[in-house]
Design a protein around this ligand. Structure first.
Ligand SMILES: Nc1ncnc2c1ncn2[C@@H]1O[C@H](COP(=O)(O)OP(=O)(O)OP(=O)(O)O)[C@@H](O)[C@H]1O
Ligand SMILES: [Mg+2]
Length: 246
């Protein structure tokens, strides 16, 4: 097991201005059988922003991420990237510039971090990642700490240079001590717009340009973190419940 902590030197202190895609969801509804799990959800991720989706367990956050990436079909509504409909299976959306990281890191157990990255993006320039790759050396994926696994999977997505990056609970299962480095890593990415599903409100406060709040399949609020944190509806439905990595 690699016990190395993620280096705090991953990032500059200030978030860079980024170029990124404009993602728009309009009136998206999803039903699983007779159950409506998303109802008329509209959400804009502005170019270059970090937009965080919060809400209680079962609110529909992952389902919305799955609609965007093409893993779940909406029964109504639309998703566009830079004004052009985003449709078809996940790989087609990836080619349009949509990057998706799942909640459970999908790293190959026997490959080193360098091999994983070479496999994900054979032509990509990994020179910017050399300090971390040297530190990890030949450690196979199965022996990486959870934080490093998250880091490897994030880099596998980023090496494709997506214009919109969707992350579902990137801190899940990660010790608090490693979350600051992950926030640094996200802030340091010089391109892309981010949509991040997250329960850890300290982490949300740290990375979010804007936050949207979902509850029972509806998107009820969008604003700055401080605005939502002070909103009685959000406080009652979410802040009062115990956050959990679901
Ligand atoms: N494949 C599925 N079939 C049936 N119901 C599903 C399916 N996936 C999700 N659901 C239901 O849809 C609702 C929304 O689930 P979703 O996973 O999107 O919530 P979430 O906001 O991501 O929750 P969490 O914070 O726990 O991850 C839940 O009631 C869930 O049980
Ligand atoms: Mg979820």
């Amino acid at each position: 097991m690699s016990t190395a902590a993620l280096p705090e030197t991953l990032a500059p202190a200030a978030a860079p201005a980024r170029d990124g895609g404009a993602l728009a969801c309009r009136d998206v509804s999803v039903a699983f059988g007779p159950t409506l799990v998303l109802e008329d959800v509209s959400l804009d991720v502005r170019p270059g922003e970090v937009h965080v989706l919060i809400g209680p367990n079962g609110a529909g956050k992952t389902t919305l991420a799955n609609v965007i990436s093409g893993h779940v079909s909406a029964r109504a509504g639309s998703v566009t990237l830079d004004g052009v409909p985003l449709s078809g299976p996940p790989h087609r959306r990836a080619r349009r510039g949509l990057g998706r990281k799942f909640q459970i890191p999908r790293v190959f157990p026997r490959l080193s971090a360098r091999e994983q990255l070479e496999l994900a993006a054979p032509d990509a320039d990994v020179s910017g990642l050399e300090p971390q790759l040297r530190e990890l050396g030949d450690t196979p994926g199965a022996e990486l700490s959870h934080g490093w696994r998250q880091w490897v999977e994030l880099q596998m997505v980023l090496l494709q240079r997506p214009s919109v990056i969707v992350l579902d609970e990137p801190t899940a299962g990660m010790p608090r001590s490693e979350r600051g480095a992950l926030a640094n890593a996200i802030e340091a990415v010089p391109f892309g717009s981010f949509l991040v599903v997250e329960h850890d409100l300290d982490f949300v406060a740290r990375i979010a340009d804007r936050v949207s709040f979902m509850h029972n399949g509806r998107l009820l609020r969008t604003g700055r973190f401080a605005e939502l944190a002070g909103d009685p509806l959000v406080r009652e439905a979410y802040m009062g419940t115990s956050a959990h990595a679901g």
